[in-house]
Design a protein around this ligand. Structure first.
Ligand code: AMP
Ligand code: ZN
Length: 114
């Protein structure tokens, strides 16, 4: 989708600090990091959020989490701990309507989240 900022990152039309790519997903540094490690893992396939998932997307969503695990290990935060978040729709604070998994770590996380 040409009006989707994350699709444009996938197409390399706008710059991003991409740290991981595979045939199904890419990951890049969040432009406004909320923790020492803040990476977004996204499917190459455009969907607004989890509400648009179909049964054919089950494996794809699993791949996002497996990519996040690899990035967490590579960045040295796997043992300490990290948080994965998907925000869906306005009350959750979703601002970009291309499904994305936040990987946050490198500091102590709080619960409940704000
Ligand atoms: P959400 O609020 O869950 O929709 O998260 C969207 C995230 O995308 C926010 O953390 C933003 O900082 C981040 N973001 C928006 N535009 C860009 C961009 N061009 N490059 C990297 N991260 C971005
Ligand atoms: Zn998109």
């Amino acid at each position: 989708m040409t009006d989707c900022v994350f699709c444009r990152i996938i197409e390399k039309k706008i710059p991003a600090r991409i740290i991981y790519e595979d045939p199904d997903c890419i990951a890049f540094e969040d432009i406004s990091p909320q923790a020492p490690v803040h990476v977004l893992i996204i499917p190459r396939k455009h969907m607004a959020n989890t509400l648009e998932m179909g049964v054919e997307d089950d494996a794809l969503i699993g791949r996002l989490f497996r990519a996040a695990n690899k990035i967490a290990r590579d960045k040295g935060i796997a043992e300490r701990g990290f948080r994965m978040v998907m925000n869906t729709n306005p009350e959750a604070g979703q601002t970009v309507y291309h499904l994305h998994l936040h990987l946050l770590g490198g500091r102590r996380m709080h619960w409940p989240p704000g």
